[in-house]
Write a protein that binds this ligand. Structure first.
Ligand code: 5GP
Length: 188
């Protein structure tokens, strides 16, 4: 069992047999050691990358740790909400259905930050049904760049995202892969 899996067993909470709450170490309070150990595992699977793409907010901290280990490559986070400082005439845009909240949001990346033929790795905190990752794949392809792979700290394999993305011909690796929730505990 790796460090992240141990941490999930210690501190994770399962809600409605569907959501894993990891806000004590991953997406509210952040534990640097867990982030670092998770990032090391991700990098061992995807060593050749030019840039990281994630989605705000919870993916950013892991994406940053991965980027440092890959030699300080840039991290771009796709934006979910409109901001007065953005120029919407020059963005790639897609729609993403939220897993945890019941709505679809418009997600954008400035065209300057996805360049033709760049090798881009998608990093996130969770992979569930795959909607966030598939939205990010769409943005990368709009920019004629290459998707190296998808890596999320934790995947709930039974929710289908992993298989969907692999069927698109894209490699997927998640350091903590949950096969099922059983007796209110994750089974890896
Ligand atoms: P997907 O788009 O793959 O269905 O879901 C991935 C996104 O939903 C992630 O960016 C993550 O923020 C959120 N998410 C999905 N499942 C969980 C979960 O069990 N716990 C938490 N905290 N977030 C989740």
């Amino acid at each position: 069992m790796n460090f992240l899996e141990e941490k999930i067993l210690e501190d994770g909470k399962i809600l409605n047999n569907e959501i894993l709450k990891v806000d004590s170490f991953l997406n509210h309070q952040i534990d640097p050691k867990t982030i670092r150990e998770t990032a090391k595992l991700m990098v061992s699977h995807f060593p050749k990358v030019d840039k990281i793409l994630t989605i705000e907010t919870s993916g950013i901290v892991i994406a940053y740790a991965v980027a440092e280990l890959l030699g300080d490559i840039p991290v771009v986070f796709a934006k979910k909400s409109k901001s007065a400082t953005n120029d919407y005439s020059n963005v790639y845009m897609t729609e993403v259905k939220s897993f945890t909240r019941n709505f679809v949001s418009t997600v954008t990346v400035d065209k300057r930050f996805i360049k033709e033929n760049e090798n881009i790795l998608i990093v996130d905190d969770f992979l569930a049904e795959g909607n966030a990752a598939i939205g990010l794949i769409d943005l990368i392809r709009q920019g004629n760049a290459n998707v190296v792979g998808v890596t999320a700290a934790i995947e709930k394999y039974f929710q289908g995202g992993h298989e969907k993305i692999e069927k698109m011909g894209i490699p997927v690796y998640c350091p903590a892969s949950i096969k099922e929730f059983k007796d209110n505990k994750p089974v890896f």
